[in-house]
Design a protein around this ligand. Structure first.
Ligand SMILES: C[S@@+](CC[C@H](N)C(=O)[O-])C[C@H]1O[C@@H](n2cnc3c(N)ncnc32)[C@H](O)[C@@H]1O
Length: 271
């Protein structure tokens, strides 16, 4: 038993299992740690986290690897020594930032918020920011739908692990693209803080619209009033549906900052 406390529960086990799996490279550990931090604060910049974690691992990983080659007791001792450094670094990454936890939701709740019935989802379906567990994609597949997840944390068995800003959505490829508290939430966040990133989000939004088959549907929540206002009504039909009161209240701060209401689900059909 180690005397070192581990407020990031499971960190010690994660270090041990990473060493056991692939001692030659700390890269898989860095990926796991990034996803651990992003699950507590989803708006942090993954590139900046990676740089700091790689620098830290460049120092501590060789020490852990060498200790492991000297046996179990030596590894336990080295983990006792190294663990506080990892804990401090992870704590620092979240210090001073209000945590924006990255929650995942059940399929009924997601469809309810988006105002979608299972039967109306044309195939193939792409869930953008589906979540690590991709619960909606699992449910759609269980119902016989051709459904795929896109998430930087996705299980490859359920779709693509990629950044949505870099993903090739294709042209006229998807019958439905859905995104519950994911793409549009991040778009709003960037709209309020970084012109450059917001521009990349706007570009990706247009790419998603082009990726719909004729008659295809893009559905997301929260809403994006500042870009929906620019849609050409002869090409795209937009409808809005208010979110349940508790959820729309959660967006009050954004409403105030934008001087526009975002607590609704948007549904856009490509005509
Ligand atoms: C709040 S979770 C919502 C998950 C799911 N839609 C649900 O409602 O259960 C947001 C998801 O967006 C993903 N995400 C955030 N930024 C991303 C990016 N740039 N590219 C791909 N996925 C991203 C996160 O990994 C996370 O799984």
């Amino acid at each position: 038993m180690s005397a070192v406390s581990d407020p990031w529960s499971g960190l010690r086990t994660l270090l041990e299992s990473s060493l056991a799996r692939e001692a030659d490279s700390a890269a898989p550990l860095v990926d796991e740690l990034i996803s651990l931090v992003l699950r507590r604060h989803q708006f942090l910049d993954p590139g900046a986290l990676r740089a700091r974690l790689e620098a830290h691992c460049a120092r501590s990983w060789p020490l852990l690897r060498a200790a492991r080659s000297h046996g179990v007791a030596e590894l336990a001792r080295a983990l006792d020594v190294q663990l506080p450094g990892f804990v401090t670094l992870l704590d620092e990454m979240l210090a001073g930032v209000p945590q924006v936890v990255c929650a995942e939701y059940g399929p009924e709740l997601q469809l309810g918020v988006l105002g979608l019935a299972l039967e109306e989802l044309r195939e193939p379906v792409l869930d953008v920011g589906a979540g690590r567990d991709a619960r909606l994609v699992r449910a759609l597949r269980a119902a016989g739908k051709d459904a795929h997840a896109l998430d930087r944390d996705a299980d490859p068995a359920l779709g693509v692990r990629a950044d949505w800003l870099e993903f090739d959505f294709g042209t006229a490829r998807w019958g439905s693209i859905v995104s519950h508290l994911a793409f549009s939430l991040h778009f709003l966040h960037q709209h309020l803080r970084s012109e450059h990133e917001a521009g990349r989000y706007a570009h990706t939004y247009m790419r998603m619209l082009r990726a719909l088959t004729p008659g295809g549907l893009l559905a997301y929540a929260p809403g994006l009033p500042f870009i929906e206002g620019h849609l050409d009504p002869s090409r795209h039909a937009l409808t809005r549906r208010r979110l349940p009161p508790d959820l729309s209240e959660a967006f009050q701060r954004l409403d105030d900052a934008l001087a526009a209401e975002v607590g609704y689900a948007a549904r856009i059909v490509r005509l």
